[in-house]
Design a protein around this ligand. Sequence first.
Ligand SMILES: [Ca+2]
Length: 394
Amino acid sequence: MRAGLRWLGLVILALALDACAKTEAPIAGVPAPASPPAASVATATAPGVRVIATGLAHPWAVAILPGDAGFLVTERPGRLRRIAPNGTVSAPLAGVPAVFAQGQGGLLDVVLDPGFADNRRIWLSFAEPGEDGTAGTAVATATLGEDALNDVHVLYRQVPKLAGGAHFGSRIAFDGKGHVFISQGERNQKAMAQDLDVLQGKLVRLNLDGTMPADNPWAGAPGVRRVVWSYGHRNMQGLAVDPRSGRLWQSEHGPRGGDELNLPEPAKNYGWPVISNGMDYATGRPYPETRGREAPGMEQPYHAWEQSPGLSGMAFLTGHPGSPWNDSLFLGALAQQALIRLQLDGDRIVGEERLLADRGERIRDVRVAPDGTVYVLTDADNGRLLALTPPTGD
Ligand SMILES: [Ca+2]
C-alpha cells in the first residue's frame, strides 16, 4: 500500500512537473546557457485588453478569418468552432477528424491556407488515434464551409504511432515558396529525436499538395525519412515565418529549464537529448542521455531561457513602423503565465517584455491581425480569446 501510494505520488509529481510548473531557481554548478538573456524592456503605456470570447475548453489555436469574418478556434478535446467578431461562439463544426484527446493530445493547430481567399482551404494538426491505444501527430486539410468541413484529407502522419499522451507538438507554417512546415514532438521518447528513420522529434517539410519536395535535404538518402527538414527537437509548439526575412523560427519546450528558439536550417541537428540546457524533472540533473550543453555537429539554440516559460504559439508583428511593438516576436508562455514580447532588430533579440503577467493565465496561442491587433488564447477549462490593442507611440 505504502509503495503504491509512493508510486502514485511520483506519478502526480511527474505530471505536475510535466505540466510545466517550472519556476525553479537555476541549478548550482550548471553553466549558464550560451545565449545571454535578453534585456528587460517595457512599453511606456500598457496595451488595451478586450475579452472577445469565453467558455472555450482548452483552446489550442486561433486563425483570424479575413474580411472581419471572425475567427476559427480549436479546442483540444477535438472541436473546431467559429467565433464571430462580437464574440458569439458557434456550435462545433462537423467533419473534424477524430482525435486522440488524452494528455497533451487532441485537436491542435489551425491555420488558413496561403490561398484561402480563393480556395477556403484550412489546415489542422492533431493527435491521430492509431491501433491499440497509440497515437501520432497528423495534419489534415479541409475546405471550410459555414458549419462543416468538407474534402477532409490527411496528408501527413507521424510514424510510428506510439502509446502515451506526451509531446505531439504541433504547429503549421508556410514559407511563401510553396512549402508547409509541420512541427511535432518526440513523444517523450528522447532517443527517437536523433533517429532519422522515425518522425518523432523532427521538423518536416512538404509541398502544399502533400507531395515530397525534391529539394528536401535527405530527398535521396537511404534510411532517412525524406520528409525530414531538421532533427534533434524535443516538443515544438511554436512555429512562425518572419515576414521581413522569410526565415522560419521555431520554439520548443526544454525539460525543466532550457526552452529554446531556433531558426531551423536543412539537415541540421538541434541536439535533443544529447545536448540540452534542461534538467531531468526527477533529479534536477541533466538526463542520462544528455552529455552537456554542446557537442560537435549539433546546433546551439538561437536563444534559450534558463527557467522555462513553457513556450507555445508564436507570431510576428512587423510592418507597423509607427507602433512601439513594431518588429516584435510574441510567444505564449504556459508555465510562466504571460505573453512574451521579444523586441527584434533584424534577427537579433534586443529586449524582452512580459505582458498579461498579472492575470495568472496560461497563454496557449498568439496571432497578429493585419491591423496589428494581437489575439491571444488562454489555456483553461474556461479558456478565453483576448484582443490586445498595441500601445500608441509616445
Ligand atoms: Ca536544442
